[in-house]
Structure formats: structure tokens, C-alpha cells
Design a protein around this ligand. Structure first.
Ligand SMILES: *Cc1c(COP(=O)(O)O)cnc(C)c1O
Length: 357
């Protein structure tokens, strides 16, 4: 096999500016956390920053949250820890998946990042590795991850040095009887262990009222502009503003078709702009249905199927030119309603090709 000639050592391959942008509104992010902290009453609000801060980018989000004096950070995987350690102290980070093997336990001990212990097996791994301060998740009914309430009485759990005892709500965004049921189960577990702090509510759980706040709340979605419950609308602002560049503009005649499988056919002269975003960027095919991009006050409806790297929009009544940036939809509840995707999914699938700033 012939390998290409190596590039000259003095050539710096700094790529040109991206044709996809994700602007993070810093003031909105800080405002959302302040609102969630205030709505948490006597409790402090932490921040769920797993999945690259819900797709917004940990390197943009973490410094902003640090500046806003957020003290507790939650990630899911150990692989998410190194990036976060660039901004916050190890003792402020909890890993929700806990320790599944000896390597993870060792990494936790070496870094000083706290695992969330989710099972008796994890508790044993933690103790065997040398252990230390940790958090504990008790499953109060979501049946996902966490110790059963009765398992808290196991001697191995009794021997743990527990900072936060957590549980997680399954239906907080609904007016569901499951919420008070989980609250009651969580309350019953509290006397079973010695923990410094208690934590139950995610974003939506904060709106369930003071009974659900305990010492620490763990909002994620609402920080990033998601509205899990209509009562949050007035407190939460959009944070992520995606934009894509126009690659080409063409003029079609009646009868011309647009995109894969020719699902849209012009019934009149139509100016079409091709935009540099596609399903590989998280703009899924079902998001293209009944959807429009914006250019200042102009509305440019999506035409035909979403491709992997492009979408086409109707620019007939727009002044947009090749190279201009168009605003992609960013209203999470609206996109969710039209596409059937959850607000969580819409954020976390935002692709790597967006330049985040
Ligand atoms: C993801 C997660 C959160 C944050 O939930 P949101 O609904 O995004 O506010 C809180 N706690 C746990 C255990 C989580 O997994």
C-alpha cells in the first residue's frame, strides 16, 4: 500500500471557520441556573453536564457554570471526567454510573472524583479498591440504576462514607401519582444510612415543590433551555442557537423536484437555498417536516428530505445569499412537538461539526 507523503512539518492545518455554528447564550445559561437555584428554595442547585453538557459542549458550558458558582457536577461516564477536570475540582464531580470494575474504582481514587454507588457489587468493588467518600443512589421506583431500599441496610453500605444519598424521579414532568410514591419511598430510606446530603429532583422535579428539594437538586435539561413542564416556561430561556451556511442557491421551474426521492415538487418558480446541515449533524429527517429556517425576519420552509449533510429551503421570498448563515430551529418544545423527538434527544444529537462558541 502506498501511503501519502507526510505533510511538511511547518504546515499548520488550521481548518477555516465552520459552516455550522452553535452559539451558546452565556447570559441565558447563567440565568437558567440562577432561576433553578432560586426555584430550589433552601436547596442548592447542581448541574447535570453528562453527554457533553447535553450536546452543547462541555468546554463551553463548564467554564460558564463555574463562573456562576455551580458547586456540584454530574456526569454519567468516567470518560467524561478528564474534560471536566480542566474546569472544576475533582471533589465537585459525581459519576452517575458508579464503579463497574477495578479500573474505574482506581481511576476514581487517583483522581478524587466521587462515584455514585448503585449496587452491592459496586459497593464491594469500591471498598476493595480502598474506597473513601462516595455518593449512593437508591432506586425509589424508576427501576433503572440504584440500590433497592432494603439493600441500604447491608453492612457493606453501612460501612460507606456517604456524602450524597440520591434517588431519581421517573415521571417528574407529569402530574403523576408516581411522584409522591417515590418521594415517600425516598423519605423512608433516609433514616437507613448516614449521609451528609440528600438529593432527589431533576429539572422537572424542582417544580414539584419544596418537599422534593432536600439539600441538592440536579437540573440538566432546563439549564440548557429545555422546558420539561409548562410551569417552567416563564423561568427558562433558550441557550443553544444553531446556524448553518447557505452553500448554493438555484432557481427552479414548476415541475422540478427537490432532494432524495423527489418528495417535494415545485408548483411554481421557486428559489431554493441548500444549507450545510443534515441528519449527520442531528438534524434528523423527521425534524425537516413542517419546519422552517429563519433569516432575520424571513421564514424559509424546508423542502423535501433531509440529506446527511444538507437540507434545502424555500428562499423565494428571502434576500439570503450564498455564504450567509441561516438560523436553524432552536425552540426545543416546538421542535419536540413537531418531530416526536424528546427535547433531550434534540440536544444530545447535535453533531461534532457544529463550531460551539
Ligand atoms: C440526567 C439526570 C439528571 C438531570 O435530569 P434532567 O431531567 O435533565 O434535569 C438528574 N439526575 C440523574 C440521576 C440523571 O441521570
Amino acid at each position: 500500500m502506498n501511503l501519502p507523503e507526510p505533510l511538511p512539518a511547518n504546515l499548520h492545518l488550521e481548518p477555516p471557520p465552520a459552516s455550522l455554528r452553535l452559539r451558546i447564550d452565556r447570559a441565558a445559561l447563567v440565568g437558567n441556573w440562577n432561576a433553578l437555584h432560586r426555584l430550589s428554595g433552601k436547596a442548592a442547585a447542581g448541574a447535570a453536564v453528562k453527554a457533553d453538557a447535553y450536546g452543547l459542549g462541555i468546554d463551553v458550558v463548564a467554564p460558564i457554570l463555574c463562573g456562576a458558582d455551580v458547586r456540584e457536577y454530574f456526569v454519567a461516564h468516567w470518560s467524561e471526567v478528564p474534560a471536566l477536570l480542566n474546569y472544576v475540582e475533582a471533589s465537585q464531580i459525581s459519576v452517575l454510573h458508579g464503579v463497574g470494575n477495578a479500573q474505574e474504582a482506581r481511576f476514581a481514587i487517583v483522581t478524587g472524583v466521587r462515584p455514585v454507588i448503585n449496587s452491592l457489587r459496586q459497593a464491594a468493588l469500591w471498598v476493595e479498591a480502598g474506597g473513601g467518600r462516595c455518593n449512593v443512589m437508591v432506586d425509589s421506583g424508576i427501576n433503572r440504576l440504584g440500590l433497592a431500599p432494603a439493600e441500604l441496610c447491608d453492612p457493606i453500605v453501612q460501612g460507606l462514607e456517604i456524602d450524597i444519598l440520591l434517588s431519581h424521579l421517573a415521571s417528574a414532568e407529569e402530574d403523576s401519582a408516581q411522584n409522591p410514591r417515590q418521594l415517600a419511598i425516598f423519605r423512608d430510606t433516609v433514616p437507613l444510612v448516614k449521609a451528609e446530603r440528600l438529593s432527589l429532583a431533576n429539572s422537572a422535579g424542582i417544580m414539584l415543590g419544596p418537599d422534593y428539594h432536600f439539600d441538592l437538586t440536579r437540573p440538566g435539561l432546563a439549564l440548557y433551555g429545555g422546558i420539561p413542564h409548562p410551569s417552567m416556561q416563564e423561568h427558562i430561556a433558550q441557550v443553544a442557537f444553531p446556524q448553518g451556511a447557505v452553500l448554493q442557491i438555484r432557481d427552479l421551474h414548476a415541475g422540478d423536484a427537490v432532494g432524495y426521492n423527489a418528495t417535494w415538487v415545485a408548483d411554481r418558480e421557486t428559489r431554493v437555498a441548500t444549507v450545510s446541515v443534515g441528519h449527520a449533524d442531528g438534524f434528523l429527517r423527521q425534524m425537516g417536516v413542517d419546519c422552517a429556517l429563519q433569516h432575520d425576519q424571513e421564514r424559509l420552509p424546508v423542502l423535501g428530505r433531509v440529506s446527511m449533510d444538507m437540507i434545502m429551503v424555500d428562499a423565494s421570498s428571502s434576500t439570503v445569499k450564498e455564504g450567509d448563515f441561516l438560523d436553524l430551529p432552536g425552540d426545543l418544545p416546538g421542535i419536540s412537538q413537531r418531530s416526536g423527538l424528546s427535547q433531550y434527544e434534540i440536544l444530545t444529537i447535535l453533531g461534532k461539526r457544529f463550531e460551539r462558541s
